[in-house]
Every structure is written in C-alpha cells, then in structure tokens.
Write a protein that binds this ligand. Structure first.
Ligand SMILES: [Zn+2]
Length: 478
C-alpha cells in the first residue's frame, strides 16, 4: 500500500534538509545480538512456509514458539473458520492500569511463481545486504519482529501497563473475511482493545538509504468496487432501435467522468496540509492556505484538483476500471458492464457512495451493485467507513516520536492517510482506532510489496526489530 502524500512529502523533506544521515548506533549488547538471532530464526521460519493459501502451519509454528518461551497455553490460542485459516492470538499480561493494545499482522502472502523470481520465493535468502523472499516486506518481516518483541518482553519479565495482544491472521491479501474480520465478529472478547497497531506498512521512507520521514498511517480511505450493468432486448444489428445497453452505459460513464465528489478535510489531512504551509512557498503555499480556508477558495482548489495525488487526499474518487459488452459483431448487445473502483474518504460508507453513483449515473436502466475481486456480485457492502478518523492519541504519538528520534535522529513522524484496502478497515469498522506503522526502512523507489524479488535490507530488518522493542517498552511502560 502506498500512501497519498509521498510525492508531496519529498518537497517538504527537501525543505527540511536531510535528516541527520545515519543514526547514532550504540554498540550491540549480547542481548541485542540474541534478539537479532531470534528475529532472524522466526523470519526464516515464516518465509519458508508458503502461506499463499494455508496459514495454519505458520500460526502453529509461532504458537509453539510462544509456549516454549513460557506463555501459558490459555494465552496462546488458535481460532479460525476452517483448518487452513487458523489465526493465532497471543496475550502478554500487563498490570491492567490501561486497556489492552492489539497488534495485528497478517501471515498470508500474495502468490509468487518460482520462474518469475531470481531466488526461490519461499526460502529466505540473504544476498548482497538484502533478505529476499515472498513476504519479507509484506509482512513476515514485521510479523517476525512483533513475535520477537513479545518473546523478548516476556523473557525479561517486563510487565506492561496494559495487556499486549498479538493477532497473526489469515486472509488479508485475498480480501476474504477469515482473518481480522472473522476475529472481530467471532472472538471479540479475545482481541478487544483500546487501540490497534497494525504493522502492515513500512514507515521509514528512505532515499538512497537516508531516512526522509516516518510515515504513521492514521487514517485510511475505504475501498469499494461496484459493477454497473445495463441490459437490453438485443436483436439483429441491421435494425438498431433506441435501446442499446452500450450507449446507455457509455453516457452514464461520461456523467461519472465529469463528476467531482465533494471536497472534504478530516483531522489527519488537515494536520498534514497545515504542516505543508510552513514549508511550501510561492503559489503552492498560497493555494494550500486558500484550500484550508472555510469555504476553500474555488480557483486554488481547481489547481489542487489538477494533481491526482492532491485530489485523492481531499475527495472521494470513483473511476471506471473495466468495461465489457455485447456478444457478437452482428448482434445488438443484450448487456453492457463496467467496474467502477472507489476510494472513499473516511466519514462515508460504501452504501452511501453506491446511492450517490445511482444519482450521478442518472439512468434507471443502469444497475449499481457491489462486486468482489473475483467477480462475484454481493449484497453486502464492504466493511468500514461512516466515521471520521480517530484523533491521534498523545499516548501513542509521544513514545513514537521519542523512539523514532532515537533510532533515526532528525526524522519527523508524519501522520498520513492511505488509499485503503488493509485489515485496518475491519478493526476501524468495529470501533477500534487503528494506526499503521513498522520500523522497516525502504527506499521510496524500492517498494516490492506483491512484486517479484520482494526484499528488505538486512540492516533495515535488525533496526526495525530494535525500534519495535524500544517502542513497545516506551508505549506500555508501567
Ligand atoms: Zn500487507
């Protein structure tokens, strides 16, 4: 997942000057080295298990590690809808001074074919300063780091101020409902928490290895696909009548192309733009100020809208992504279909947007229904939406800024909104405020999530491991 603001952020960071290049790294203690070794073993174990479909062996392997590390059997639970989709939920008990925190990480990965890759995608291979393998970045690296951290805290006898729950889950990538969605609906008590931290996004965005900023995803757009369909009587193409599904659908799609969803800011995008005004200059600075005004200046907004990234930050977008129709060259079409993909601003639901599409398309012949990635037409709207993003809790931001400052001096934590489609949708929809980050550092032009030769820098992995351990101690300290 790539967040909205990356490109604009570059300007911001150029203005800030390079972050104090490389962090002051204190020499590794024996405990650090043991933690690195443990993280590596877990990383390897996870990557070496192909979890494209079946995540249960990976969940069982991690459960075994937790029990061996001294977690009580009752605090290590496997639960899921079938034998291939077992989710692991582990609890490290705290003093109960604060309500629990839930960490989430998905165990499943996107498919990878050996012939497309330079190495075996289901073997962790260390080569030229990188770890290669499917899921190294998305997200077995972050999973291994969360598992290592929990084991490390347990073995130190660290008593957090709140229970730390870790859920390693199925089915994020396939968009089905057997992972976090299933846990929220079927095991709410087991995972109930004050807030959720998802590790499903690397945060240290680097340029040639130099940290540029630390991205904290504090809000997500809601992802929804709609099928538009029109049917007609058909007939012989030598005698066309007025009723042609292809023409009806084309006219409706043109109305959608011309439509702008309303301009809207939420506390995350507003905070982001406000930061931008202090570092941008000239017309761009004036435009952002003018856009932040109530009501926003129309001409400034027009210039803002001309940039797809700026535009997607302040409006819901819906765009036609697929089109089909007709069945023979010499027959009138009986059917025409399109798929429209929407990225919906927080505060709105998929059903609200469906009804809006019906109004925009303005033709009762055009049916608008939900469609899943595999083409299935479904009644139920995608989960989520309907409420504004939760305010950034100081109890999260303060320790995060502190530890980011230790690990990558001079690097700013920047709240941002992502374009959506992660498990955060399910937890947010269940009323659990969710924030997404992990301490892996990745060059902005080297994000190979879902791609071939997926990789994470060796140093990046170990620093990410140290970061998360320090962060959890700072966050849940008694
Ligand atoms: Zn992911």
């Amino acid at each position: 997942m790539i967040t909205q603001f990356s490109r604009a952020l570059l300007g911001f960071l150029a203005a800030l000057g390079p972050a104090a290049a490389l962090a002051t790294v204190s020499p590794a203690t024996p405990a650090d080295r043991a933690a690195d070794a443990l993280a590596h073993d877990i990383y390897k174990e996870l990557v070496d298990i192909d979890t494209t479909d079946n995540v249960t062996p990976a969940a069982q392997a991690m459960a075994q590690r937790f029990r061996a590390a001294g977690f009580a059997a009752a605090d290590v639970q496997l639960a899921g809808p079938n034998e291939r989709k077992q989710n692991l939920v582990v609890r490290l008990h705290g003093t109960g001074k604060q309500r629990p925190v839930l960490l989430i990480g998905h165990l499943d990965v996107v498919a990878a074919r050996r012939e497309d890759w330079s190495t075996d995608p289901f073997k962790l291979v260390e080569q030229g300063g990188f770890f290669y393998g499917r899921g190294t970045l998305d997200m077995k690296g972050p999973d291994a780091i969360m598992v290592t951290t929990l084991i490390r805290l347990k073995q130190e006898g660290f008593q957090p101020s709140r229970d730390i729950i870790l859920a390693l889950t199925a089915d994020e990538e396939s968009g089905a409902f057997d992972g976090v969605d299933w846990l929220v609906k079927n095991r709410r008590a087991l995972i109930d928490a004050q807030l959720v931290l998802s590790g499903d996004e690397f945060s240290v965005v680097t340029e040639h290895g130099v940290p540029q900023f630390f991205r904290l995803v504090a809000s997500e757009k809601l992802y929804a696909d709609y099928q538009l369909s029109v049917t007609g009587p058909g007939g012989h193409s030598s005698q066309p009548g007025p009723d042609n599904p292809i023409y009806s659908l084309s006219r409706a799609l043109q109305r959608l192309a011309d439509y702008h969803f309303p301009f809207e800011l939420n506390n995350v995008t507003r905070a982001y733009l406000e930061r931008m005004t202090s570092i941008e200059s000239g017309e761009r600075q004036a435009d952002i100020r003018a856009v932040l005004r109530e009501p926003p200046d129309a001409q400034a907004l027009q210039r803002f809208d001309a940039d797809p990234i700026d535009r997607s930050a302040v409006r819901t977008t819906c765009v036609a992504t697929r089109l089909s129709g007709g069945h023979a060259n010499n027959a009138l079409p009986q059917r025409a279909e399109a798929v429209v993909n929407c990225r919906i601003l927080p505060g709105h639901t998929a059903e609200e947007v469906r009804q809006q599409l019906v109004r925009i398309l303005a033709d009762p012949k055009v049916a608008v229904r939900y469609i899943e990635t595999d083409g299935t037409i479904v009644e139920r709207a995608p989960a989520g939406g309907g409420f504004a993003p939760a305010p950034l809790p100081p109890q999260l931001l303060q320790p995060l800024e502190q530890v980011v400052g230790q690990m990558w001096p001079g690097t700013k934590v920047i709240p941002s909104m992502s374009e959506g489609a992660s498990d955060a949708a399910y937890t947010s929809a269940a009323g659990l405020p969710t924030f997404t980050f992990n301490g892996l550092a990745v060059d902005r032009d080297d994000d190979r999530e879902h791609g071939r030769d997926e990789r994470v820098g060796v140093t990046s992995f170990y620093r990410g491991n140290e970061f998360f351990y320090r962060f959890m101690k700072a966050f849940a300290h008694t």
